[in-house]
Design a protein around this ligand. Structure first.
Ligand code: ADP
Ligand code: MG
Length: 388
């Protein structure tokens, strides 16, 4: 689960990490009022969306005077911001963060996440902040330094100092940086974060270290014990279909292809996407309806898949283990009738009561092609999606 920059900065401030003073606004008038309260001549207006890359996409504006603040806010609010990280649809800008500008001497980078293979939290730092860190990692990896945190000892100040001196900070700045890093570590562990990132972490013209941007991502599996974090969730920033799917306990992820996949079991779902790709198709989604699924869940899953205008064909691949194939067939038929099926469906049912399930599909009179062999089924659905 992601937070907005302004929410992450509130948390930073609570943990002693210096951030610029700012205020949230949901209308141009409120933006003007916020600027007045902050005082001064110049302001930064920042679109609040769950994505980085806003600066290059026009989502961060440095302006002078209250009129300009109001104008900038008006241009952003109600629009969708498309950045390198959002995909073509972009994300809705429902609020802007008005901030005092900082005089920047240097832009640095720092982040922390879990390194799964080492089973440790890793902190990364680089003097190449403010830019695309993936580019830095790809072309000049020596400009990023890693330190790994021992789970029993926790982050040690000497590790923070190693990163600080690596980035060429002065002794006084390293002390500030160490406090920032200890704060980040506390945030990471106390709040069950999955990723914390400051890009850029700046050195101001006065020589102080400060977080100019803030990104926090949390482990969704821990939200049950992080009530305060869970309450900050902004559903408007999340994929509508994924949100809908979570209501019915379906594991669903939107992808950018044109073959809708309905599968039970995450392993089979992965294998299904692989074989679709192998035969030249592109899955429109990952969908695991679960092991002990019901006809109702199948219906909802089907509706979800057919909602996307990009889907040109549907591939149903079900193994009846715990669930019975006739039950799945019933769900499919129900769903096809409810949504008014307009695209071809290939169904592969294997396992318990498969004969009964196939017969039900055949008797339904719907345009569903039953295929028993997996390779054959994949080839068929790829051909159908291509309009064959
Ligand atoms: P994003 O990562 O989404 O592009 P950032 O918050 O990192 O957004 O802002 C992009 C750039 O805008 C920063 O690298 C920095 O140069 C500038 N910037 C952002 N906030 C401020 C601020 N308060 N004062 C001065 N410059 C800022
Ligand atoms: Mg940034």
């Amino acid at each position: 689960m992601n937070l907005h920059e302004y929410q992450a900065k509130e948390i930073f401030a609570r943990y002693g990490i210096p951030v610029p003073q700012g205020q949230l606004a949901e209308s141009p008038e409120a933006a003007r009022a916020a600027a007045k309260q902050l005082g001064g001549e110049r302001f930064v207006v920042k679109a609040q969306v769950h994505a980085g890359g806003r600066g290059k996409a026009g989502g961060v504006k440095l302006v002078e005077g209250y009129d300009a603040v109001e104008e900038a806010a008006k241009k952003m609010l109600g629009q969708r911001l498309v950045t390198k990280q959002t995909g073509a649809e972009g994300l809705p800008i429902n609020s802007v963060w008005i901030e005092k500008p900082s005089a920047i001497a240097r832009e640095l980078y720092v982040s922390a996440l879990v390194d799964r293979s080492r089973e440790r939290i890793v902190f990364m730092a680089s003097a190449a902040g403010g830019m695309d860190i993936e580019e830095v990692a790809a072309h000049t990896p020596e400009r990023i330094k890693h330190v790994y945190v021992h789970p029993a000892a926790g982050l040690q100040p000497y590790q923070a100092r190693q990163l600080g001196f690596f980035m060429g900070l002065t002794k006084a700045q390293v002390d500030q940086f160490t406090r920032i890093l200890m704060g980040l570590y506390r945030i990471f562990t106390e709040l069950d974060a999955a990723l914390v990132e400051i890009n850029p972490l700046i050195v101001t013209a006065d020589g102080d270290v400060m977080a100019l941007d803030a990104k926090l991502n949390f482990d969704s599996n821990a939200l049950f014990r992080q009530k305060a974090i869970a309450e900050m969730r902004d559903f408007s920033q999340e994929d509508e279909r994924e949100r809908e799917a979570s209501k019915y306990d379906l594991n669903y992820v939107t992808l950018d292809g044109d073959i809708g996949c309905m599968v039970n079991g995450a392993g089979l779902a992965m294998a299904t996407m692989d074989i679709v790709k192998l035969h030249g198709g592109r899955p429109a989604n990952f969908l695991d309806v679960g092991g002990g699924t019901t006809a109702e869940k199948v219906t909802e899953a089907f509706k979800l898949i057919t909602k996307s205008p990009d889907v040109k064909a549907i591939f149903i691949n079900i193994f009846g283990g715990i669930v019975r194939c006739d039950l799945i067939a019933e769900g499919i038929i129900q769903a096809c009738r409810q949504v008014g099926l307009k695209i071809p469906v290939v169904a592969r049912l294997q396992g318990t009561n498969m004969d009964k399930g196939r017969e039900m599909l055949k008797a339904s009179g719907l345009a569903i092609t039953p295929v028993e062999d997996l390779t054959e089924a994949a080839k068929t659905v790829v051909a159908l999606a291509k309009g064959a």
